[in-house]
Design a protein around this ligand. Sequence first.
Ligand SMILES: *Cc1c(COP(=O)(O)O)cnc(C)c1O
Length: 368
Amino acid sequence: MNRAEARIDLARISENVKHLKNLSGTDVMAVVKADAYGHGLVEVARAAIDGGASALGVALLEEAITLRNAGITSPILAWLVPPGSDFKSAVDNDIELAASSIIALEQIGSVTSKNRPRVHLEVDTGMTRGGFLSEWGKLDAHHVANIDIVGIFSHFARADEPDQEQNDQQRARFKEMVATLESFGYTNIVRHLSNSAATLKDDQSRFDMVRAGIAIYGLTPDLENLGSSESLGLKPAMQLRAKLHLVKQVPEGAAVGYGATAHTTSETKLGIVAMGYADGIPRIAKNVGVFVHGRKAPVIGRISMDQFVVDLGADSTAVSGDWVIVFGDGSKGEYTADDWGAASLSINYEIVTRIGPRVPRIYAHHVY
Ligand SMILES: *Cc1c(COP(=O)(O)O)cnc(C)c1O
């Protein structure tokens, strides 16, 4: 018996991938970094491939190797592999690497393996984070002599604000950098620029492949600017639920939790939810809560490490041991990962990604 669980509908992951593939009309790389945004790396990778993803994207080399060890044979790109990493393991395991510096190319090129290294050049088109910028003009044939350059990519800073000019500038810069590479004879490489937001809203940036993360989990990249999951044709795959450790009657004026930051305003029933900030429930969350017996019950007082308190209302029928939904797809009236993001000055990405390892992931085909 679990006291809390993240229930993940893998069929929805497959459907979301299929939807993005149809919508974009191009290949989809399913981004499964950070334990597949908290949904479970290997299970999600398989579901994404079932849905038609042609490649997998991860940040870390360890994530890529975990996928290979699980028997997954699809192309895998790892893009946060700094100089000094075990590039030989990457090449031996047929893992494609992103490179954004000459030193990285030199180290990747010096690997001895049965495989030739396969590299995607990451270029900085205006986000000013990863990618070649000042070194771009210094790149030379000898830097890539022992490497197969198989792709070129960049990343948008503001694709969740489709009207921002920076998107057009980044796309234009990307095209220039692609043209430079093509002028050196690299004409058969995979060009990719779009994240989920651009996949959904920018039909000029799809090139040969899109890299979709948050959208394959059925979540909107930005509720305000891009609309709800539902309006985007996406189905949230995760439902987070927890047990009521205790339901009890309390009088008016009771000081609740650490710091006595909240008091009951009338006699009521409180529920103690068996999850806390150690499980990824944000300590600063305000104006949010859980869903139980058909209605919302708001958080009252501070979130603790392993538990938090909700006001069930005087006439609640909930009892100790009942399940409450912390967030879900919203279809029953429950809170969503978007609500929890807004309630903690954050975004749905951080809510799902930070659900801790103490919370078992349960895979079901009909969570909802
Ligand atoms: C995380 C990441 C993505 C996916 O972004 P979403 O907004 O979740 O779609 C794509 N590309 C790169 C380089 C990333 O780091």
